[in-house]
Design a protein around this ligand. Structure first.
Ligand code: PLP
Length: 393
């Protein structure tokens, strides 16, 4: 064969690896270290950088995954759209402007298509915005705790991230945010890790304060009571970023988008990879956005289970469960150990996320709201861990 014997061995080792569900170990961060630069010269700041650590993604089946805020299912219409792809969709490059998805989003937001850009997940969009607006000497303003990707992307761009601590109860430090100038200010609402929603009037105040660009990351907003879309027509420095990973169950395909100022959209289009959203993702996104009944029913179910779960955590287990407007709940274990609870759940093949980055979340678990049966298994496992005496009876 044209690739010869060595190529054949290489190919068959890949096939074997795929068959086994080979998982490449994630580089064990944090590991700031001096790189041996004899062969490859790495940028010094990148060599020192502690990269973003994604949540665990087991590649074998059999886990209840409540650690990365995915949806437990996707729209049947989206699945059908992917199943009906043919050879052309695999062999030809996708639409670089995601015309179909863009048109649906522009209509639903009531804006022109020139204000919309679709990306390979909202992470891609956030990255593109930072690369488009932040240059040497600029600052990026965000809160702490929040989505920990923002400061990592700032560091990669060689930009200082000013992380303003949230106030009591994860409240927005609005005064400080308004007075801290940066090329861009990021506010996640609902915020990660507690699911706190910041009302549109707070975001409006931030836009009015003279910030260059305000980005509201609404990755979880479909599970919330309100959103900032209504502010778009009033504030030319506001950009809304959303995701189809959480509310539409497309985390595996990666689709996110921004609706913002036309000049920002134009810049982002120049910076992005030409074909950043593949054909399967575009087809699924169009179908999912059109499957309104599935979406509304699923979101309502998540909201109901979230509220039931919070009540149970507080009333039965005596734990503090922060109010959440997202598809997850942050649970403070108080006098008990969050690490021990996580380990005990893991032993039952239930994954939840521990967030040790900020002192306030150090003894907390962030738990995604799963399906009815996943939540029942979770509650049972928590009961066995926290109240073994009641379970034994
Ligand atoms: C606040 C926030 N924004 C964005 C994302 C990433 O979403 P996507 O899957 O669209 O890249 C996450 C993922 O956890 C998140 O928590």
């Amino acid at each position: 064969m044209w690739f010869g014997r060595a190529g054949g061995r290489w190919l068959s080792s890949i096939v074997r690896a795929l068959g086994r569900g080979y998982t490449r170990p994630w580089p064990s961060h944090p590991r700031p270290r001096e790189i041996d630069v004899e062969l490859v010269r790495i940028r010094k700041d990148i060599a020192r950088l502690v990269g973003y650590v994604p949540g665990e993604q087991p590649q074998e089946p059999g886990w209840i995954k409540l650690n990365t805020n995915e949806s437990f299912e996707c729209s049947p219409a989206a699945l059908e759209a992917v199943r009906s792809l043919g050879a052309v969709e695999l062999t030809r490059y996708p639409d670089p402007l995601c015309g179909g998805v863009t048109a649906i989003l522009a209509e639903s937001f009531g804006v022109g298509a020139e204000r919309v850009v679709v990306g390979n997940g909202s992470d891609d969009i956030v990255n593109l915005i930072i690369r488009s607006v932040c240059g040497p000497g600029d600052r990026l303003v965000c809160t702490r705790p929040s989505y920990s990707l923002y400061p990592v992307l700032a560091a990669i761009q060689g930009v200082e991230a000013v992380e303003i601590p949230l106030l009591e109860g994860f409240a927005l430090p609005l005064r400080q945010l308004c007075s801290t100038r940066g090329a861009v200010a990021f506010v996640a609402s609902p915020n990660n890790p507690a699911g706190t929603l910041y009302p549109p009037d707070q975001v409006a105040e931030l836009c009015r304060s003279g910030q260059n660009l305000v980005v509201v990351d609404e990755a979880y907003v479909e599970f919330a009571e309100t959103n900032c879309a209504g502010l778009l027509e009033d504030f030319p420095n506001l950009c809304i970023v959303r995701s189809l990973s959480k509310a539409y169950g497309l985390a595996g395909l990666r689709v996110g988008y921004m609706v913002g100022p036309p000049d920002l959209a134009e810049a982002v289009l120049k910076v992005k990879d030409s074909y950043n959203v593949n054909r399967a993702a575009q087809a699924a996104a169009i179908a999912a956005l059109g499957d309104v009944d599935w979406a509304r029913t699923t979101w309502q179910g998540v909201i109901e289970r979230r509220e039931r779960f919070r009540t149970l955590l507080e009333e039965e287990f005596g734990l503090r469960a922060y109010p959440s407007q997202a598809n997850f709940v942050l649970v403070d274990f108080g006098g008990k150990s969050a690490a021990a609870a996580q380990e005990s759940l893991r032993n039952k093949r239930i994954l939840v996320r521990r967030l040790e980055g900020a002192p306030i979340t150090r003894n907390c678990l962030r738990i995604t709201i799963g399906s009815e049966s996943e939540m029942a298994a979770l509650v049972e496992a928590l009961r066995e861990h926290l109240q073994p005496e009641t379970v034994a009876q």
